[in-house]
Design a protein around this ligand. Structure first.
Ligand code: ASP
Ligand code: MG
Length: 402
């Protein structure tokens, strides 16, 4: 069997944990498997490197930043190979260049395009454990790139797909995927299984366990994932196409505080206005999430939308630069808001889920600012202060607790 095992920063944060991971991988190796290990940088090393860069130059070139950040993963893979060899097992560490993991050219947010598997296959044939740097790649200029924060998950899934691995295990510091963040919802329960679509929504909406692109990729290449803890032997959560257990109406609750709402009041009520607004934002490279447009009345209408908080200044500037084109609407923004979402494949065939969520907010006296839905998700925008209360209330209303 070929197994890809990915360990996050906390799992390799110090010598003891590195030895612990080494032993865990060796167990699979000694059971006769081919083992490929993907690692993140140790502990908070990526943040440390970013701080070092900003200390020297508050606005470092993205190319040089990637050059710097990729050293974090290179450190952990080399130390891991040394640890395994101390334990008497042949291992080799490889960086993105040595494997040849080809990405698009965008520094800081590159996408994997193709992975050469020859070098890894050769090393496996020599009966070595192969340890690969997560998070990094090489672009067409032969420069190092990174895949965006949390990107090592995506490296692992891409490798599992390219190598046709039998298993892809993502080890982290939690036991698996929970019905809600257990730090916020004390009664959160670990899920046995979850579908790719549910996981993708949860990851995108702020669940924080997996990089959302890794889930996208797992779905595309049908790589079954197991999310489990590196600190204990607990079974973890399986992420796959179809789950066997009876579908819960709602499988999880997620919150995201990285939101700002912008409102444009008094736009002309005529064709092409929404296009103008979102074209301006698109050209400024701003990711718009929820959108709400009011019904036009006496020739004018309002549009509100949400964006990531750190994009607020850019968005306001882009809009203000185009005031005339927009017909001089009133612009306001609020960054004390949060998105709370429920996700569940069972929603598709069951009406009334949204109503139940809104009823629960009504009972808890939480005001809803905006609503958006998909087949398997309902998201509401509320006052940031109410996030924890809202999550707990919804979690209970849908009977998600233990
Ligand atoms: N080390 C990188 C980060 O901190 C990648 C990862 O951990 O997945 O974002
Ligand atoms: Mg991570």
């Amino acid at each position: 069997m070929l197994i890809v095992k990915k360990f996050g920063g906390t799992s390799v944060a110090d010598k003891e944990r590195i030895m612990n991971v080494a032993r865990r991988c060796i167990k699979d190796y000694q059971a006769g498997n081919d083992v490929v290990v993907v690692l993140s940088a140790m502990g908070k090393q990526t943040d440390v490197l970013i701080d070092m860069a900003k200390d020297i130059n508050p606005n470092p070139s993205k190319r040089e930043l990637d050059m710097l950040l990729t050293t974090g993963e290179q450190t952990s893979v080399a130390l891991m190979a040394m640890a395994m060899s101390m334990l008497g097992v042949p291992a080799v560490s490889l960086n993105a260049f040595q494997v040849a993991m080809h990405t698009t050219s965008v520094y800081g947010n590159a996408r994997l395009k193709r992975i050469d598997t020859e070098r890894i296959r050769n090393e496996l044939d020599l009966k070595k454990i192969v340890i690969v740097t997560g998070f990094q790649g090489v672009n067409k200029y032969d420069d190092l790139t990174t895949l965006g924060r949390g990107g090592s998950d995506t490296t692992a899934v891409a490798l599992a797909a390219a190598l046709h691995a039998d298993k892809c295990e993502i080890y982290t510091d939690v036991d698996g995927v929970y019905t809600a963040d257990p730090r916020i919802v004390k009664k959160a329960r670990k899920m046995k299984e979850i579908t790719y679509d549910e996981m993708l929504d949860l990851a995108t909406l702020g669940a924080g366990v997996l990089h959302n692109r890794s889930v996208e990729m797992a779905k595309k290449y049908n790589v079954e994932l197991v999310v489990r803890s590196s600190l204990n032997e607990s079974e973890g959560t399986v992420v796959k196409e179809e789950t066997k257990v009876e579908r819960m109406l709602v499988s999880g609750v997620a919150a995201d505080k990285n939101v700002t709402r912008i409102s444009l009041v008094g736009l002309k009520d005529k064709p092409g206005i929404a296009f103008r607004v979102f074209d301006i934002l698109a050209k400024a490279n701003i990711n718009v999430d929820m959108i709400l447009q009011s019904i036009g009345r006496s020739g004018s209408k309002d549009i509100s939308f949400t964006i990531p908080r750190d994009a607020c200044n850019d968005a306001l500037k882009a809009l203000e630069d185009n005031m005339e084109r927009l017909g001089n609407p009133e612009i306001s923004h609020n960054d004390k808001v949060a998105k709370v979402s429920i996700v569940g494949a069972g929603m598709m065939s069951n009406p009334g889920v949204a109503a139940r969520m809104f009823e629960c907010f009504y009972n808890s006296n939480i005001n809803i600012n905006m609503i958006s839905t998909s087949e398997i998700r309902v998201t509401v925008l509320i006052d940031e202060k109410e996030t924890e209360k809202a999550m707990n209330a919804v979690h209970e209303a849908f009977g998600l607790e233990d």
